[in-house]
Design a protein around this ligand. Structure first.
Ligand code: HAM
Length: 413
């Protein structure tokens, strides 16, 4: 019989990667809570139009990477390729803006993009992200970028570069687009196939094309910073000032434009050189126009998302001890007492293993060794009579008879 395998571009998370995944989620939750974010969980699929209108028809994501399908009711649905559009939809639909001036959400979960799979790039991947709605201050931009950096630092991920840019508002981008088209027109034929197409639909994307020829041609392209209005320049300067205040090392890259159309003003990425071509671990920026686009509301917003698989690849080995203690019970008459003791220990928070079937001492000891536990709890007829257990400490090779309560204290210490 042919064994059915996971679909290309998807991966099971288990064993050591399971430990890393759970660890990242725990750190993310702790950190984002401390900055005042609350959890939002939106559906995995949405109406296709949400992403077309939100992310932009001319983006790679919408043009060629979406998992779009018709359901049995003939609706066009899409597995979410990212989280921002869904969060904005939920915010507008639930009229959160009528209840609070500032909303801070974080999320974690699977996203889907039909990309060519390679190390650090999957078709189903996980993101953790934040979205802040209702604040236009550049101090927010700096605070959120600094939180993203802090997250990676907290996870022990080093050798990071924070890259920032400002792509201004609509007016500035129209102005810049014109300057860029003027610059690119004479060399249009020399650009890669993708960029020749982008030239019509989204010329700014030519700036971050990975093709060597395109890269060379854009080296001397006009800088978007020169097209910013004085207010936008001020905003950008303040972001940089506060990033310095928060000790976030950053570099400016006037060619950073990001791949989704909803951005305006500040954009940023955190990149590592340890993951080859898929080095962007975290990215985001301001999207002041998206709420207008999706719900006719003038509400400014800022956010980022980080790739969980990429963070997992950057974490050191993490073979976590999963079990604190193992119960050795001897003789049929000990079974019930042993199970009851296991129940009490687990309710006290001790990570415990126990076998349901009777075993001899030798095979119990082999099992304890395999689990690499620090403690074994031994139960036989004598202990049942005295209402005690024997706690064997494998670290200092001692053994003592204790009540179950004392055993809990000892193991927890
Ligand atoms: P993004 O840059 O498209 O932004 O994705 C964010 C992160 O998700 C990337 O930096 C990368 O680590 C990870 N990622 C993206 N695609 C893949 C893939 N195929 N396989 C593995 N990891 C991947 C966004 O999604 C925006 N929604 C971020 C944002 C939030 N902007 C504002 N708010």
């Amino acid at each position: 019989m042919k064994l059915i395998k996971a679909v290309r571009g998807t991966k099971d998370i288990l064993g050591e990667t399971g430990t890393k995944y759970a660890y990242i989620n725990r750190i993310v939750e702790e950190l984002f809570n401390s900055y005042g974010y609350s959890l939002i969980k939106t559906p995995i699929f949405e109406e296709t139009d949400l992403f077309k209108r939100g992310i932009g028809e001319a983006t790679d994501v919408v043009e060629k990477e979406m998992y779009t399908f018709k359901d049995r009711g003939d609706r066009s649905l899409t597995l979410r390729p990212e989280g921002t559009a869904s969060v904005v939809r939920a915010y507008l639909e639930n009229k959160i803006y009528a209840r609070e001036e500032l909303s801070k959400f974080y999320y974690m979960g699977s996203m889907f993009r039909y990309e060519r799979p390679q190390a650090g790039r999957q078709r189903e991947f996980n993101q953790v992200g934040v979205e802040v709605l209702g604040e236009s201050s550049p101090l927010l931009d700096a605070e959120v970028i600094s939180m993203g950096y802090h997250l990676l630092e907290k996870l022990g991920i080093t050798d990071l570069a924070v890259t920032i840019n400002s792509i201004g508002g609509n007016d500035s981008r129209v102005k810049y687009r014109k300057a860029l088209i003027d610059y690119l027109t004479p060399i249009r034929e020399e650009l890669c196939e993708d960029c020749q197409r982008r030239f019509e639909t989204n010329p700014l994307r030519v700036l971050d094309c990975k093709n060597e020829t395109c890269k060379k041609h854009t080296e001397t392209a006009p800088s978007i910073i020169d097209s910013l209005s004085p207010e936008e320049k001020d905003h950008y300067e303040t972001v940089k000032k506060y990033l310095t205040l928060y000790n976030v090392p950053f570099v400016e890259n006037p060619k950073l434009v990001r791949g989704l159309d909803y951005y305006s003003s500040t954009v940023f990425e955190i990149v590592t050189n340890k993951l080859g071509s898929q080095g962007t671990v975290l990215g985001g920026g301001r999207y002041d126009g998206l709420l207008k686009q999706l719900g006719d509301k003038d509400i400014p917003a800022f956010g980022f998302a980080a790739g969980v698989e990429r963070m997992m690849m950057l974490l050191d080995d993490m073979k976590q001890k999963e079990t604190d203690a193992y119960i050795i019970w001897l003789g049929e008459e000990s079974r019930e007492y042993a199970m009851k003791t296991a129940d009490t220990l687990r309710k006290a928070g001790i990570r415990l293993a126990i076998d349901f079937n009777k075993k001899g001492m030798r095979s119990h000891m082999k099992k304890a060794e395999k689990l690499a536990v620090n403690y074994a709890i031994i139960i036989g007829g004598d202990e049942i009579e005295k209402n005690t257990v024997i706690v064997k400490n494998f670290l200092d090779r001692t053994q003592e008879e204790l009540t179950v309560e004392q055993a809990i204290e000892r193991i927890k210490k």
